[in-house]
Design a protein around this ligand. Sequence first.
Ligand code: NAD
Length: 428
Amino acid sequence: MTVFYELRLSRDFLESIMSLIEEVRGRMRLAAEVAGLSSEALAPLLRPARRIDLKIPLRLDSGEERVYEGYRVQWNDALGPFKGGLRYHPQVDLAEVEGLAALMMLKCAAVNIPFGGAKGGVRVDPKTLSRSELERLTRGLASSLGGNIGPTIDVPAPDVGTTSEMMDWLADEYGKMVGQSEPAVVTGKTVSRGGSEGRDVATGAGVFDVFEALEGHFALDSKNAAVVVQGFGNVGAEAARQFAEHGASVVAVSDSRGGVYNANGLNLAALESHKETTGTVSDFPGSRAVSSKELLTLPSDILVPAALENQLTAENAPFIKTKVILEAANGPTTPEAEREILKRGIYVVPDVLANAGGVVVSGFEWRQNRENARWSRAEVLSRLKAVMSAAATDVWEYSRRHETSLRLAAYALALERLAAAERSRGRG
Ligand code: NAD
């Protein structure tokens, strides 16, 4: 029997995802004014090049047949092959995938790497499937994507709910379809299957690289800075580690179960082993418990939201006591909050710049696969630093020249590059 999975989406969730794409489009329109782009030049960048509906049949271990649905949205490939994650999540929705695909286009263009923007997702809760079911689903996803992906067409990567091992399965299945090994069809693979060294820490390391390139402009020094990090997962924990290694004092961190605060600084190594044993940062000895909401308004020099979208809102913006917000998460600041925060003289380093380290190293992985090369971890991280520092400096200078925020500068710079590439392809 074939069962189509229907999931009801909450109204709040629908509103938040509607606002992501609308937020991105709204900010693109403002940035186009900054860049002096005509509405004709902007128009093709406001809509996706292609939306692909996916239907993936899966035989469960029990023998039951199901069909899972999803999307791949290819937003723009003027600068290079489409690039972006594939997520497994029960609430995957077309509008959300579109917003994330447009952000990927802006991110790659803002940091000046030769990739376009895409995103995809399958509406499934991966926690409900066995490992062998996940493998069959992922191989089915590769067949369902078929010729829409390829090393010079569209190069997916892991995202929420998907792993490196799943990318190995995708690459393997794609190789069978085309009759040859093509590891460059996806990035974020395990290192033994052609993944890049350093990909695991790339996003968090890139967050620090961007800060380091701009700290003088912010009149801050990482050695004397107090840092607050919301979210202690892949990105947040690595960003915290990087700041601590460079002499900063990480005073508060949180995860989904709560937060911990010590104005004199947390011992990160001890905190990481506490998290490993207990599964959470909560109840870390020698710290005071704080809620995730309270954490955002603690006094600090640098605030790193590294968990979810829409965390800095019109409600808490007036109470934020920091000097620089580094957006490690995607979309943590609402437009209303940003207006208030900027009015108060706090810098916001936007997600499209601050968290681009992951896609930059994905690009390195693609290149290593294409050249049949292997770069050491040190080489990857030093190349990452060079790209992130150059991008941060470009965005800073653009923002000073045009007297605009770092976000609008990053968007405007990205749109200028995209519009020029569209024109040179006779499309703009
Ligand atoms: P992750 O799942 O590894 O970590 C997320 C962390 O946030 C976890 O510690 C979780 O407990 C915590 N969290 C969840 N809800 C919370 C809440 N209400 N309050 C406080 N903490 C909460 O995910 P990740 O890969 O670290 O991604 C984090 C963010 O960074 C996401 O917005 C993601 O889109 C973005 N991002 C990730 C990458 C990457 O390479 N992983 C790249 C670019 C952007």
